[in-house]
Design a protein around this ligand. Sequence first.
Ligand code: UDX
Length: 470
Amino acid sequence: MGELAPPHVLIFPFPAQGPINCMIKLAELFVSLTDFHVTFLNSEHNHKRLGIGPESGSQRVRFKSIPDGLPESHPRSASLFFELHDSIQTQSRSVFREMLVKKVRVGEPPVSCVISDGLMPFVVDVGEEVGVPVISFRTLSGCCFWAFFSIPWLIEAGVLPILDGADMDQLVTGIPGMEGLLRLRDLPSYCQVRDLLNPGLQQMQVVTRYSAKAHTLILNTFEALEGPILAEIRKHCKTTRAIGPLNAMLQARAPDAPPLLPSTSLWLEDHSCLTWLDSHAPNSVLYVSFGSYVVMSRGQLIEFCYGIINSRKPFLWVIRPDLLAGDEMVLPEELTVEAKARGRFVEWAPQKQVLQHPAVAGFLTHSGWNSTLESLVAEVPMLCWPFFVDQQINSRFVERVWGMGLDMKDTCERVVIEHLVSELVESEGLRTATRAMAEKARQSVDPSGSSYLEFEELVNDIRAMSTCAI
Ligand code: UDX
């Protein structure tokens, strides 16, 4: 019997910034810690935005692309999220199937398994049809995955649909393991519906339940952070691998690994803000960023501006070119002068480096899962203003369960913002809790830590799938 060829893993993130950033880290871990071949599959649209060319990749790493079915001019924004979701489900399926079937190419080993974003259940079906195992990676928090999984029980318990005029502070029942913890306003945005036929609710229920059909479920989380929830999830998705935080795993286990791409940002990173941070005292600056999807009104932006400026803390603020809903970013004169004196605006920042900078004292964030984990690992407490998907439940956990920040959801008033920014930057309690959780994150990616052991199990499982001998 011949020696086994190294496995070839096809990694297929949902075509959005958060999933790409998360899943490329797994690709980097495979490349530096194993002999696996990796193909990273982007939508054609993102492939171009990331500047991937024929020279990208290496002998063991290939970048490929697939159409997402939308015209080039489509904005692929939050309000049109389900257009992208539906399009990729229906339009990309046959191309993807062909890719898997025509798997033997010159110099390219056959695909042993697919690790695809759990948001795209069609991949599980295609894998079944062509006999390639599919592992589902949900790049959001475990608590949100579990809330989506619990949708049928939330309906049974009469929590959903939410009735007109309901008290949004009312506590939620129906999610095993979270009794007494969530208020209606803390449910993931797609669960806060008045109508059970709401497409967001329906899609998330179907998509999440599908992960139980995949060979394995991967979550970017760790036992010390979400242990009780993982225990609930494992009752239904038996092989659930909690291998996070992937950013900490990369830092600890493969510190010298060269990144697979010069940048995974869909926007151009402005590195000059790092020099600006250098000129500030340790623990003095507020970093403000609302991730890749949040859209706000000009009125909300002005409230944030007054709140932040009145707190008198220096700030670094990411304002994406498409952050404002159809409005121009024109600030009142008095704000412009103050903002220039104390702040710095950029369109997109090298966020991981910013959060690791000693000058950064706090993070005003939308509570996207990548941002939350990056902040946690960098020991930076958070002020949370959630927008959609898992952000409502993440921000609740940040404040109530982990004590690493303050949850400002559903409020956007300058006085409140000013008060909470000061509390965030000055609170020793928040900093201590964040530091303690960061330490647990580091332990989880130690050679004997829970996440690293799970990663090794995952690697062994994938090896067992690879039956091709050389
Ligand atoms: C979306 C959802 O909003 C999020 O809740 C879900 O968990 C994943 O998909 P997004 O809005 O992109 O994610 O937020 P987040 O998950 O935080 O990811 C944003 C990524 O962009 C982070 O890795 C962050 O480091 C990066 N980023 C953000 C930058 O590199 N520069 C910036 O200026 C802002």
